[in-house]
Write a new protein. Structure first.
Length: 93
């Protein structure tokens, strides 16, 4: 959710925007119970509820192979030996 800059004026974001966004004019989409709307990260949007209900916003973040390998290695090391869980309190050398 959030206010994606619909309507005129600069607001607190430090730049001007009008009735159009980077992809063209604003569009209104009405979702009904059970509906799902996907849009790419970084896309400006505004959410307004027209009747009582629950809205869930989920952000899916991609990862790199380096992060995946490092996180997996850390998980394995911490699980094998308590020594890997100790806080480092000195610098060697």
């Amino acid at each position: 959710g959030g206010d994606g800059g619909s309507g005129g004026g600069g607001g607190s974001y430090g730049f001007e925007y009008g009735e159009n966004n980077a992809y063209g004019p604003e569009q209104t989409i009405t979702l009904r119970p059970g509906d799902v709307l996907y849009f790419p990260s970084g896309m400006w949007h505004r959410v307004e509820t027209v009747e009582p209900g629950v809205s869930l916003n989920v952000s899916l973040m991609g990862t790199t192979y380096a992060t995946l390998v490092c996180d997996s290695l850390q998980h394995l090391m911490v699980g094998m030996d308590e020594g890997w869980r100790e806080v480092v309190t000195f610098r060697p050398g």
